[in-house]
Write a protein that binds this ligand. Structure first.
Ligand SMILES: *Cc1c(COP(=O)(O)O)cnc(C)c1O
Length: 398
């Protein structure tokens, strides 16, 4: 068939340019130590930063959720799919990040991807004269959310508050939405949120913060980027994902109750989808308890110690560890081929680290994206450091 032949040609082309991506099959619970395609591996490529995905208490809560609520929700939230577990989780999350918002309320989404589509779609729906201002390194879901909203989109350079100020001053839109990741997923650095918020307040703009990599890991009690910077404002619309540090799945938006009611009424990615299984929400209650409690605090402290260990231990000459204080510790190598050789060599030693190439990162900045987790031991991180130090020396000409 001609249609299939056309697709096959495109796939062959990707293969020829070494851009075909392959999935590996994990046979054990998510955690620092995995069995992958029959091999024991140390995993440095997951976003399960607090190692809660395989936590016995969270798994037990999921089982309990199944016995309380069964498997599925059966319908969208506005029809009959909104369960007590969803309602309890939303209240818990609104309480948790509420100190940083005004009249807070939270809304649970099936995924972070959908939450980002949903928040932009919902906020833009209120006003045809909307303009979205998006940071250049934002996650793909925010770009797609702007597209779904069919509004004007301006992109400002990474962390460039002055450039954003010019764009906002030039805008005649009556509904301005600034949107940024809090922790950049391929660099591990933080957005200048205090400066961005001050600017948004001055221009009457919303500040949508995607805290996918901050929720659970940043802040004294794991409340995320808003706690880290101690920000509070009615202009803030907060998005946290629950499949990364929280270890389960889904996401939430927290904001002023009028914003949340608007999303419930108008956000298409919220309205036109079946509610996530209630058992997930029930499991997330356990996971938020862990994040907020002593165990969460200890896990964050251990994670910070591992971050310091990377910084002290890596002795690189040509490669470069980016100055990140978060669990995302990228080692920039530069060339695609050398990066992939390094990732393959690490894998052969039982160390699973993601190699990231353009277009995910700018040309010439291909990197190993090391993701640390609270479940890693200092000895395991030491093993990775030794492997990276040795590899930089031998990988050059091979
Ligand atoms: C992972 C991620 C998302 C999407 O969240 P999912 O729950 O995985 O769909 C959104 N934004 C950022 C910055 C992310 O890293």
């Amino acid at each position: 068939m001609e249609l299939l032949a056309k697709l096959q040609t495109q796939l062959d082309d990707l293969e020829a340019r070494s851009l075909i991506r392959k999935r590996r099959t994990v046979e054990t619970p998510c955690g620092p130590r995995l069995r992958v395609d029959g091999r024991d591996m140390l995993c440095f490529s997951s976003n399960d930063y607090l190692s809660l995905a395989g936590h016995p208490r969270v798994a037990e809560a999921l089982r309990e959720g199944v016995s309380l609520y069964g498997a599925g929700s059966g319908a969208s939230h506005l029809i009959s799919g909104h369960s007590r577990a969803h309602a309890e989780l939303e209240e818990r999350l609104a309480d948790f990040v509420g100190p940083y918002l005004e009249s807070p309320r939270a809304l649970y989404f099936c995924t972070g991807y959908m939450a980002n589509l949903g928040v932009l779609n919902g906020l833009a729906a209120g006003d045809k004269n909307t303009e979205i201002f998006s940071e250049s390194l934002n996650h793909a879901s925010l770009i797609d959310g702007a597209r779904l909203s069919r509004t004007a989109l301006k992109v400002y350079p990474h962390a460039d508050v002055a450039a954003l100020a010019v764009l906002l001053a030039d805008s005649t839109a009556t509904n301005k939405i600034v949107v940024t990741d809090s922790v950049f997923s391929m660099d591990g650095d933080l957005a200048p949120l205090p400066e961005l918020l001050a600017l948004c307040e001055r221009h009457g703009a919303w500040l949508v913060v995607d805290d996918a990599h901050g929720f659970g890991t940043l802040g004294e009690s794991g409340r995320g980027a808003l706690e880290h910077f101690d920000l509070r404002s009615p202009h803030l619309v907060y998005m946290g994902t629950l499949g990364k540090a929280a270890g389960v799945g889904g996401a939430f938006v927290a904001a002023h109750k009028v914003v949340i009611e608007t999303l419930i009424q108008k956000s298409r990615p919220y309205i036109f989808t079946t509610g996530a299984p209630p058992a997930l929400a029930h499991a997330l209650l356990a996971s938020v308890d862990i994040i907020a409690g002593d165990e969460g605090r200890e896990r964050r402290a251990h994670l910070q110690a591992l971050v310091g260990q990377m910084e002290r231990g890596l002795q690189l000459e040509r490669w470069r560890l980016l100055p990140s204080r978060t669990a995302i510790q990228p080692v920039v190598i530069g060339e695609n081929a050398e990066t992939m050789r390094a990732a393959t060599a690490l894998y052969a030693q039982g160390l699973w680290v993601g190699g990231i190439r353009p277009p995910t990162v700018p040309v010439g900045t291909a990197r190993l994206r090391v993701a640390l987790a609270a479940g890693h031991t200092a000895a395991e991180v030491g093993q990775l450091i030794a492997a990276l130090n040795a590899l930089e020396r031998t990988n050059h000409e091979s």
